[in-house]
Design a protein around this ligand. Structure first.
Ligand code: AP5
Length: 223
């Protein structure tokens, strides 16, 4: 089986994390979640975390120079040699170009950009009801509740609300998405790599559509 290299695109709260988790539990692909890597750095109070925290709390992007090498190191790593799913990277055209250059250097290709589309008005509702576990599992109090209220299904630890899931910060994140990340849609569409998904459907239905597209990409890559 050949490798499969994918990115997940979409506004904050579109369901990238929800779908990325499902996709990578069904397929042996390295799952690289930029937001989680940055939040772990903030928790550990590492140099990166201290630099990133202010941007994240304000709903702004962490500067490219802090993010690009961090993520490309994972793409080049042994664990990603059979393929990867990048969630939250690239988020600017400069990041997209850096990914292309790194893959070209490795003699590898990007196979698809999976865009999960959800209108802005739905995003605020979703993110205000989101709860996450320490290890990054994602729930929603109404749409995807845990088995026991407030507890992670897997390890039973308390679920928390993310600091950047406050209404003002959510609106800032959305405007940053439209200004800085949405241009990547055209970037990948022009190269025939873009696949659009209606993220307003239920979690299982979106997962089905994503899984079908990914199977087709695998078949195309195998022939
Ligand atoms: P990051 O953690 O990547 O945040 P995001 O892109 O804003 O995405 P989210 O994690 O908020 O949402 P999601 O699309 O994963 O949705 P989820 O599955 O959780 O980034 C955080 C910050 O880090 C950024 O603001 C920035 O500062 C920094 N950063 C990250 N990457 C960077 C980069 N490359 N460059 C620079 N800075 C960077 O779902 C949301 C909720 O909806 C959940 O509660 C879920 O249960 C629910 N839900 C999911 N799907 C459905 C559905 N189909 N129906 C109903 N509910 C659903």
């Amino acid at each position: 089986m050949t490798e499969l290299n994918l990115i997940l695109l979409g506004p904050p709260g579109a369901g990238k994390g929800t779908q990325g988790e499902r996709l990578t539990s069904a397929q042996p692909l390295e799952y690289v979640v930029t937001g989680e890597i940055l939040r772990a750095a903030v928790r550990e109070r590492s140099e990166l975390g201290l630099k990133a925290k202010g941007f994240m709390d304000a709903g702004e992007l962490v500067p490219d120079e802090l993010v690009i090498d961090l993520i490309l190191e994972r793409v080049r790593g042994e664990a990603a040699s059979d393929g990867f799913v990048l969630d939250g990277f690239p988020r600017t055209i400069a990041q997209g170009e850096a990914l292309d250059a790194a893959l070209a250097q490795l003699g590898r290709d990007l196979n698809g950009a999976l865009l999960i589309e959800v209108p802005d008005e739905e995003i605020v509702r979703r993110l205000s009801g989101r709860r996450v576990s320490q290890s990054g599992r994602v729930y929603h109090v109404e749409f995807d509740p845990p088995k026991v209220e407030g507890k992670d299904d897997v390890d039973g630890t308390d679920l928390i609300q993310r600091d950047d899931d406050k209404p003002d910060t959510i609106r800032k994140r959305l405007s940053v998405y439209h200004a800085q990340t949405a241009p990547l849609i055209g970037y990948y569409e022009e190269r025939g790599l873009l696949h659009r998904f209606d993220g307003t459907l239920g979690v299982d239905e979106v997962a089905d559509h994503v899984a079908k597209t990914v199977s087709t990409l695998r078949l195309e890559d195998d022939v």
